[in-house]
Write a protein of this length. Sequence first.
Length: 105
Amino acid sequence: MAFVRVCGLTELEDGTPKRVELDGIPVSVVRTEGEVFAINDICSHANVSLSEGEVEDCSIECWLHGSSFDLRTGKPNGLPATRPVPVYPVQIQGDDVLVSVTQES
Ligand code: FES
């Protein structure tokens, strides 16, 4: 499992998702509740960027139809989305945030 540096920890504003691309996969990196999460940036309902949505209670909301996804599991908390979004393991090394997209967590 290859972890790749995506940004510095200090670049992440609490509750403000940052979109990055890893191996061509769009990933939303989110710092909230004292942790950092990485979730696939595309909503499982339609082709909408989750990083443009709001973060609340350890979930990220899709702005288009309002489904929110648990940042720990990727599972939708409500309709209309029914399928989970992949989430990825994160490592923090000093000020570096590393994500691995080769294995879903
Ligand atoms: S596109 Fe995300 S909930 Fe519909």
